[in-house]
Ligand binder design. Sequence first.
Ligand SMILES: *Cc1c(COP(=O)(O)O)cnc(C)c1O
Length: 353
Amino acid sequence: MIRNTIKFINPYDPGKFPSDIAKKYGFKESKVIQLASNENPFPPSKKVKEEYERAFSKINRYPHPEYPELKAALAEYTGVDRDRIAIGNGAGEVLKTICEVVLDTFDTVTIPVPGYTLHAIFAMLRDANINFIEFPGYRINADKILEKPSKLLFLCSPNNPVGNAVPKKELIKILENYSGLVVVDEAYAEFSGKTALDLIDEFENLVVVRSLSKFFGLAGMRVGYAIGNAELIEAIEKIRLPFCISEVACRTAIAALQSLDYYNEIKEKIIKERERLVNELKKIKFLEVYPSEANFVLVKVKQDIDVANELEKKGIIVRNVTGLLGLEGVHIRITVGTEEENNQLINALKELS
Ligand SMILES: *Cc1c(COP(=O)(O)O)cnc(C)c1O
């Protein structure tokens, strides 16, 4: 009954959750420090809280299927026209819908690795051929990507799990010479200050995918969007679920987009903490730290210590990304938390050496 493709796909690894660790080691759930999913550790803005309450009183009604007000808020935030914006239940759903719009069976998809595993999963679901190209440290080289033509290319900038952005020069070279559609996953763009959005008018073959889960701290709400040429956007909007995000998610997303000063302040805090965390991690001898432009840091573990597991015993969850295609050796990915959380992490790591 179940398609073979479904049987062959490895499930997406969502990492560990505080409730699991609390139960396993007998901690209070609220005491567990979650640094595994690149979430924003700060609370929502006052306006988001207010809109949450207001939307709650309307949950017996369907949301408007075209989400006009959300698109207007996104248009203002990104500076592009409303008809170039498609909505999704998180960037995840947007990525999946793009695959549904573009890919036929046996089409080839290019995926540079290490990268975000959902890209490959969604391509596989379409029974596509995947051409994984390894770029150590995700140092993208346009020529290597262009060697073999394909229908769809996934780039991730800043890259998850490495943390670096794709250089503009390489991206432009790709866009100028690649015959298929280039998806740039910008889930972390706000932390880097770098985006491909300024290229959207020039290149019809570019689609930028964004999320409100990270910078805007709405991971639990599930709101994402795509920006691309009007024809592609119309196709995505046509086939996505009519009410793909809830009224509550829609209203809180609009409120978040209207609380930009608040979230920019948080971003500054996170970036400052990231730099401090990187400096502290560099002092730990068994770790090798990758430079990051996102709200997380990738580190290589050079000694025979099961760091992720040892941290877990101390109530701190990080993501073990060892074995991820394109990553050589033992690696963990650490989300930048609050100052207090980062201090506890640093202390716990020092105890391990
Ligand atoms: C977190 C993440 C997403 C998913 O975002 P949602 O909007 O929560 O679905 C997409 N792409 C990358 C690279 C991510 O790290």
